[in-house]
Design a protein around this ligand. Sequence first.
Ligand code: OGA
Ligand code: NI
Length: 367
Amino acid sequence: MACQSWPEPVIRVQALSESGIISIPERFIKPQSQRPITNTSPPKNASNNVDEEINIPVIDMKHLYGDDKRLREETLQRVSEACREWGFFQVLNHGVSPDLMKRAREVWREFFHHPLEVKEMYANSPTTYEGYGSRLGVKKGAILDWSDYFFLHYMPCSLRDQTKWPSLPTSLRNVISEYSKEVVKLGGRVLQLMSINLGLRDDFLLNAFGGENDLGACLRVNFYPKCPQPDLTLGLSPHSDPGGMTILLPDDNVSGLQVRRGEDWITVKPVPDAFIINIGDQIQVLSNAIYKSIEHRVIVNSNKDRVSLAFFYNPRSDLLIQPAKELVTKDRPALYPPMTFDEYRLYIRTKGPSGKAQLVESSSSQT
Ligand code: OGA
Ligand code: NI
């Protein structure tokens, strides 16, 4: 791929926020229909406020490995429902130590609070996106999201290069290695549950991803600075995650993630010490759309910065991904053509957001 650079000077959102501006530059103002308030149904009355009462399913994983068979079955069933109906759920007692989760969050918070010159040493380019960045996409004049990020590869090992990870704070590289190792293991356990729930061999999804040594895993740490006009912009525009599955460590005291539920956007209320897990497009394909990769977005606020660690668990990028044979029947033909993750990313990049829908249509017209 040719070396690419940004189409215009990069705006560091955190520096903009810290400069004390009281109105945001036009580049960040979303069209009326995409702004956070207008898209949420107004509460009809205090007791009928969808957003206040609904949360994505919360699942305690300790029941999955306990002795109580009924509880085990019930919990598997809850995971199944969450994957089919929400595409999102929170997990508790997932095996990653809360202390490690806290340290991972803290080292990144500290990184983002270093002077701009330190962060700029890791400035990324759109060729790989690795490093410190402030925008996704290279369309000149695009409307921007209110966030900065740091993106790094963890797996496959051939792509892991710790010299591209921040060296400050000094503990960051070690903490992130330890954290990533544990989160990859958790990902393996969740894939196993999903495989069983789909009626497949328990190693089906992990194998489809290339197995534990070859799968792809990368981390995007999102930093959402406080925003003087949070009603006009978004921290992250609506999207579904293109990869396999995302394991998100949300901020421990600021919410912001919203999940699409019909016409509504449900604000996720993070449970202490839980991870938020969501299905990505590749699992939607492998499950022949029994599991859904749901659209989500992030809203910002005027009081507090927010940090989140999104760990993307992906198939090896050159493996063909297609609906599992067992899930393709006469009544439910394959909804997607076989495609590698690399081809898929290229496809949605060139077709834009409507690319995903077209993919389904092109597949059904082939059958
Ligand atoms: C993402 C994402 C949500 C969040 O990074 O893809 O959806 O809460 N993040 O930061
Ligand atoms: Ni996402």
